[in-house]
Design a binder for this molecule. Structure first.
Ligand code: MEV
Length: 433
């Protein structure tokens, strides 16, 4: 076992790698090769990536794919997706093409309000606190002026600050609950800076206003943004659903609706159903330099907002019309953060036509809806394994470093034989002997 180390962050990258190899790897030269082969030969580019995080030792690649043929609000998009899971990009592309012939996707941003909170405790009289809050509120706003100036010039800023009494759930617990409009920025830094200033102002004037026993615990934005909402939908006449996998559109529509209904009432299924939605969402969120952990946390909180974890998508059949939609909170940015730093993020944003944050919310929501449509279409018709196993076959062939000739023969063979890991290994061995 390795010994603890002090001053690790001060070591150079080469020294960090040496320390790891010495302490954790039996074949250190092969491990060195593995970790260094991902260095970028362009030193400037490598330095840029190294500086995104701390203790960087190499680059961890994810494939970047694209799903073309998306029509969103009557405009064409090719959507970039950064993801390691096979079949996701293919599924998105298939869903895009399916809906391209049926009017495409519609999406709209319902609201774009972000939230931040100063959490504090107060042991005194509640009415005194309310009076103090009302008196200090103008100063809470005005003392953030140096932070909010630019955002306000562009049309955003602080929307409101409320005092919230949370003492029913935790003794002496109150909040300054603030709302923000951050336009094209995700706004985390802006919101957190405002909140820390609110806390400072709130504390520093307390004494003079005879408020004692007020303790700020922390100031931080919330990744739960139920009022930063986007909706995406597809709809068409049931008869128009017909395609090669859907010979009977009426039966398909009913079964599809039933699959959504199951996810609406059964949390075990809802989690997997929503995971499929997040396959599409995270891939675009990541490709556009946004924070997928924040999105994940917020989306799943939204999925359980009524007390039970449920489906993020819904389906209706009315007057012979099939409608399938998704409504999710998404706090995204198209300026600031990684968006101007990571060259591939810039590339992806340009690919999407340099969207505003609202436009990106629409695109991301559509990617999620498309993914869910593709998954449910497979699950309720052919089953999911057919497509998956085709990709699985390619992964196994890569693992065995199959030659081009071997690939052609094995792909042909598995057109009529079931793909399992052992069946593929057996077929490779047979071919090679
Ligand atoms: C796999 O990554 C995603 C699915 O399981 C989603 C679903 O079941 O709806 C196929």
């Amino acid at each position: 076992m390795a010994k603890p180390i002090t001053g690790f962050s001060k070591l150079t990258k080469a020294q960090k790698i040496d320390w790891l190899l010495e302490n954790y790897f039996s074949d250190s030269e092969s491990a060195r090769k593995t970790v260094t082969q991902y260095f970028n030969s362009d030193e400037k580019l490598q330095k840029l990536h190294d500086e995104f995080i701390e203790n960087s030792i190499s680059n961890f690649y994810l494939p970047l794919g694209v799903a073309p043929n998306f029509i969103i609000n009557n405009a064409f998009y090719t959507i970039p997706m950064a993801i390691e899971e096979s079949s996701v990009v293919a599924a998105a592309s298939k869903a895009a093409k399916f809906w391209m012939d049926r009017g495409g996707f519609k999406a709209n941003v319902i609201s774009s309000v972000k939230i931040g909170q100063v959490h504090f405790t107060f042991s005194g009289n509640k009415d005194d606190l309310i009076r103090y809050f009302e008196a200090i509120k103008p100063a809470l706003i005005s003392e953030t002026a140096p932070i909010t100036k630019n955002m306000e010039r562009r049309g955003g800023g602080i929307l409101d600050i409320e005092l919230r009494d949370k003492t029913a759930v935790l003794e002496n617990y109150y909040q300054l609950h603030a709302t923000f409009e951050t336009l094209d920025a995700m706004g985390a830094n802006f919101i957190n800076s405002c909140l820390e200033q609110f806390a400072e102002t709130f504390k520093s004037h307390a004494e003079a206003n005879h408020i004692r026993g007020l303790n700020v615990v922390m100031s931080i934005l919330s990744n739960y943004v139920p009022n930063c909402l986007v909706r995406a939908e597809v709809r068409c006449k049931i008869s128009e659903l017909k395609d090669k996998d859907i010979p009977n559109p009426e039966a398909f529509a009913e079964k599809f609706k039933q699959a959504v209904a199951i996810a609406e009432v059964e949390p075990h299924r809802a989690v997997t159903h929503n995971k499929g939605i997040m396959n599409g969402i995270d891939a675009v969120v990541l490709a556009t330099g946004n924070d997928f952990r924040a999105v994940e946390a917020g989306v799943h909180a939204y999925a359980s907002k009524d007390g039970t974890y449920t489906s993020l998508t819904h389906c209706s059949i009315d007057n012979d019309e099939f409608c399938f939609w998704l409504e999710i909170p998404l706090a995204l940015g198209t300026i600031g953060g990684l968006t101007s730093l990571h060259p591939l993020v810039k590339f992806n944003l340009e690919l999407l036509g340099k969207p505003s944050a609202k436009k990106l919310m629409e695109i991301v929501a559509v990617a999620g809806l498309a993914q869910n449509f593709a998954a449910l279409k497979s699950l309720t018709t052919t089953g999911i394994q057919k497509g998956h196993m085709k990709m699985h076959l390619m992964n196994i062939l890569n693992q065995f470093e199959a030659s081009e000739n071997e690939r052609i023969q094995l792909v042909e063979y598995f057109k009529n034989n079931t793909v399992t890991h052992s069946a593929v290994v057996e077929a490779i061995e047979k071919l090679r002997n």
